[in-house]
Design a protein around this ligand. Structure first.
Ligand SMILES: C[S@@+](CC[C@H](N)C(=O)[O-])C[C@H]1O[C@@H](n2cnc3c(N)ncnc32)[C@H](O)[C@@H]1O
Length: 269
């Protein structure tokens, strides 16, 4: 068994006046962080690579009157020794981790790409719906918008789809390519949405980004094709529905207040 390499991350915690919290959160997302954790008491926390340049963030946060604490921490995600069950037939874990009986391991290397350990509720929602829909309505092609560490695209490729993963973050793209190779599947990983039409698509992206991308994403799903969405809560469901006029909401699941939806694009006529 190959031993995963421990690495160091910067844990960055910001505290701000409640009136400035949204601006602080936007600044934290602007670093390219894979997620912003909300702490009890109102603090916000992100993790970045140990060599990240914090100068612009620090200046922005100071301008907002926020305090900032930076602490190097061990990237324990990269060394999690166990496989985590996900969906009905899979587990996600580091190379060589024994999967629970009856499950297939998807090997994910330690790294910063969101979704690499399969534990985030939105990843799990998207994965479970995707696994189910891939099984029932196998597509020839799958688009994974916001692929992160590539887990969903890898699942699609394993199930026989020609999978394309899109991510604006270069660290995520690197992780997705490495993880596809490790799992012996072909995933095309690109930075921007390709001008192509897919039989199916999946997107697990935070709500504001998802809503802005939905029109472009919808055009890339073939008539009669299906789409899995995750990354938003019930409050955003009406806006999601409004961005997909005529689409049928076929299935909806919920975990920790997050929604996952499977929708189908209508055929003309
Ligand atoms: C919540 S993560 C999901 C990762 C993975 N698909 C999963 O389910 O675990 C969202 C991903 O979307 C990417 N992203 C954010 N905005 C994007 C955009 N405009 N176009 C493409 N990817 C984007 C982020 O870099 C991040 O990797």
């Amino acid at each position: 068994m190959e031993a995963p390499t421990p690495s160091t991350l910067l844990e960055i915690t910001a505290h701000a006046h409640p009136g400035r919290r949204a601006a602080v959160e936007a600044a934290l997302w602007g670093t390219g962080a894979q997620g912003v954790q909300e702490l009890p008491g109102g603090g916000l926390r992100i993790w970045l690579a140990a060599d990240a340049d914090l100068t612009p963030l620090t200046a922005t946060l100071r301008g907002l009157g926020a305090t900032i604490e930076v602490e190097p921490v061990e990237n324990t995600w990269a060394v999690a020794p166990e496989a985590t069950p996900i969906g009905t037939g899979y587990a996600v874990g580091p190379p060589g981790a024994p999967p629970p009986p009856g499950r297939t391991l998807i090997e994910m290397t330690g790294g910063l790409g969101f979704g690499h350990d399969g534990t985030h509720p939105t990843t799990r929602l998207a994965f479970c719906l995707l696994e189910s829909w891939l099984g029932r309505f196998p597509p020839a092609s799958l688009l994974d918008l916001g692929t992160g560490a590539g887990l969903l695209a890898i699942l699609g490729a394993r199930q026989g789809a020609h999978a394309v993963g899109v991510d604006v973050d270069s660290t995520a793209r690197q992780a997705a390519r490495a993880n596809a190779t490790r799992n012996a599947v072909t995933v095309t990983v690109v930075e921007a949405l390709p001008e192509a039409v897919f039989e199916a698509a999946v997107a697990n992206i935070r709500a504001d980004v998802l809503l802005s991308l939905l029109p472009a994403l919808a055009r890339r799903v073939a008539p009669g094709g299906w789409l899995i969405l995750a990354g938003f809560r019930a409050a955003h469901a009406p806006a999601v529905a409004a961005a997909l006029p005529g689409w049928a909401l076929c299935e909806q699941r919920e975990e920790d207040g997050w929604l996952g939806q499977a929708l189908r694009r209508p055929r003309p006529g």
